[in-house]
Design a protein around this ligand. Sequence first.
Ligand SMILES: Nc1nc2c(c(=O)[nH]1)N[C@H]1C(S)=C(S)[C@@H](COP(=O)(O)OP(=O)(O)OC[C@H]3O[C@@H](n4cnc5c(=O)[nH]c(N)nc54)[C@H](O)[C@@H]3O)O[C@H]1N2
Ligand SMILES: Nc1nc2c(c(=O)[nH]1)N[C@H]1C(S)=C(S)[C@@H](COP(=O)(O)OP(=O)(O)OC[C@H]3O[C@@H](n4cnc5c(=O)[nH]c(N)nc54)[C@H](O)[C@@H]3O)O[C@H]1N2
Ligand SMILES: [Mo]
Length: 771
Amino acid sequence: MKKAPGEEPHDELAVTPPRTWAAGVPAVAHALEYSLEETSARRTGTTLLTMNQVGGIDCPGCAWADPAPGHRHRNEYCENGAKHINDEATTRRVTADFFRTHPVSELARRSDAWLNQQGRLTEPVVKRPGSDFYEPISWNDALALMAGELAGLDTPDEAVFYTSGRAGNEAAFVLQLFARALGTNNLPDCSNMCHESSGFALHETLGTGKGTVSLHDLHHADLIFLVGQNPGSNHPRQLSALEEAKRNGARIIAVNPLPEAGLLRFKNPQKPSGVIGRGTQIADRFLHIRNGGDLALFQGINRLLLEAEDARPGEVLDHDFIREDTAGFEDFAAHVRGVDWSRILTATGLSRQEIEQVRDDVLRSRRVVVCWAMGITQHKHAVPTIREFVNFLLLRGNIGRAGTGACPVRGHSNVQGDRTVGIWEQMPDSFLDALREEFGFDPPRAHGLDSVRTIEAMRAGRVRFFLGLAGNFVRAAPDSAVTEEAVRSCRTTAHISTKLNRSHTVCGETALILPTLGRTERDVQASGEQFVTVENSMSEVHTSQGRLRPASPLLLSEIAILCRLARRALGGKPDIPWERFEADYGVIRDHISRIVKGLHDYNQRVTRPGGIQLTNPVNEGVYSNGVGRALFTRNTGEAPHVPEGHLLLQTLRSHDQWNTVPYTSDDRYRGIHGSRRVVLVNPDDVAELGLADGRGVDLVGVWTDGVERRAEDFRVVPYPTARGCAAAYYPETNVLVPLGSVADESNQPTSKSIVVRLEARADSPPDSRGT
Ligand SMILES: Nc1nc2c(c(=O)[nH]1)N[C@H]1C(S)=C(S)[C@@H](COP(=O)(O)OP(=O)(O)OC[C@H]3O[C@@H](n4cnc5c(=O)[nH]c(N)nc54)[C@H](O)[C@@H]3O)O[C@H]1N2
Ligand SMILES: Nc1nc2c(c(=O)[nH]1)N[C@H]1C(S)=C(S)[C@@H](COP(=O)(O)OP(=O)(O)OC[C@H]3O[C@@H](n4cnc5c(=O)[nH]c(N)nc54)[C@H](O)[C@@H]3O)O[C@H]1N2
Ligand SMILES: [Mo]
């Protein structure tokens, strides 16, 4: 469904039955078709064959871990990884000519897919106040302009520095160092909208923000929960790990309002047996849960486990572990015993028998892992839900032992590493103290703005300067109309980007696009060729080094841009060797090695095959949560009230998009072709709401502030989602997510939990598709 660069996609919607298996041969064929269209076969080969190999490029797709060196496939990538790589390696170019013929006001009306398809950005451009056009600007002038704007702020807190998880450790470290040397902790990142809830829940209960599971643990677990994640589309290489676990005898329980293809069956394209035959069945049990029902589900399971212990004292719970390693058990147990079954059954939409079957699976298993992603973190009660997962794991000592643990499955390839090296508006004093020791300046201590608070501060006129390191803040953020107005109120917005996106077209009075090298490209600096380093979901830190010629001779690396800006803006105070950083990224790593525990001897260790495995203290029985023990917690959380005639909408990814960037209008596994403006609704709800297959509707958000939020012109697609629930794609539906609708504690937007009603459109016949 690819369009020539000049055209907008305008295919007709076609719907086929959802697929029941993922990642077979058509998947690989599809990726190659895409890559050959985007770039030359030679470039494709160079990039793909080094992807996720020792010394090669880290896939910019997801953060899933690589198998140990020596155990990797020759083609250690998935269909989607191939698409992402080739989206970057495209031979199409956005030049100064392009900006001369396309005013910003026109670009702002273009679709996300169209903007992305224009190709790689090639030279720095500026939009000056009052102008409707981007025009070329030299790097020197661009940096001077930004330094001047920063100098003109009343306080450094009027500046905000956003990071997306594509950025490598070195660029991220340099960015936070610059921001803090300038005097602000305003370091929002995509993680604020992604796994922030996981970080809060795990920190409080276990004293770590990170997962405790390695690939080895997954391979050797007896029972694996996949809760609120869609591995077939978003972490396809996880399916190989699950296949191996199954070969070793694991059972898998999938919990999801949608029967996602990748949860049902997997055909491994890397193996001849994957090409033919039925492939591996993934889920042994599928729980068709209602959106937001997971806290209730795990409370139900926990209650049943406590009751099983009552029936067979000493046989169910791990009493030694609970006594030695945990606190708060009695309080938790008293609370969970009182959780009402009727509430559990209503919230989950499951039967008691289904939950009892899960209990039986658990009782048969010695080693249990819980994996989760956005289906859990993007709810109002996300933090209590994840704390309840921890309760569940602690009950039978499924933390800190081989084959067990908590596995928040990260999204962006380096979102976890960015946090490790200081991208967080709330970094602890220990990190700030270490920065002070290393660089001799006092970093600010007051917490900075996260993503949601950045938008609120913009609206209040308290942010005048915004710099984005990768990403697409305007589209990733909730409440699109509100966010757009907020961003437009800034004096200056600047983005370090590889490709054109909405954040370049919805911008401040002065706007800069600072084009940069992508991961696939050679990065040569004064000391020679450089590599960067990244950390995956399983805390392995390794190198990533591109091989392709840069898309344009005018590109600078992210690190070069940031170091030059820091030099200009700070005028040598504090005394930080920005020039040396730019010349040799190893110098940056040397500093990091003295600041971040676990990254000592960074340069020496990271280049070894397999890189550095950061140890999770939890796996050594150390809980740095202030209590010194793993915490049981008592959790409450109301699922949102969905009034009669309304549905609970989740906003999610299609198979053919990368976050805010749709590649095509297709979602092959779900059987949606030619249009992304669809809303998936249970057939019984379609009938009950008096709608019909294909009916044109507006999605109208209902929220306590009384503001009407409307996403127009969607088609109803009857789909086997849980009753009362609906699903539609992000970012087209971000307009419906209220800025104030956030998860308790973590302040993460509730993108999987929006109350909507579907309003039939007058321009759409009631039986649009003849049903
Ligand atoms: N191809 C591709 N890969 C990607 C990305 C991409 O855009 N494209 N994005 C990357 C990023 S940044 C991230 S964070 C990850 C995201 O990976 P996922 O979390 O898998 O992404 P989503 O599409 O948001 O899907 C959420 C899943 O949770 C389910 N779900 C929704 N609500 C609930 C609920 O209340 N309970 C339960 N149990 N399930 C629920 C949905 O049905 C869906 O299957 O993927 C990463 N990988
Ligand atoms: N409604 C709703 N909203 C959501 C979500 C949801 O599920 N529903 N998911 C949330 C999640 S999990 C996330 S992680 C965020 C994602 O938010 P972001 O990370 O901000 O968004 P991306 O779409 O990943 O950013 C894409 C842009 O990154 C730039 N880019 C790509 N590669 C590089 C590179 O190597 N270097 C540089 N400098 N730039 C590069 C390109 O210009 C591209 O246009 O969105 C969040 N928003
Ligand atoms: Mo994410």
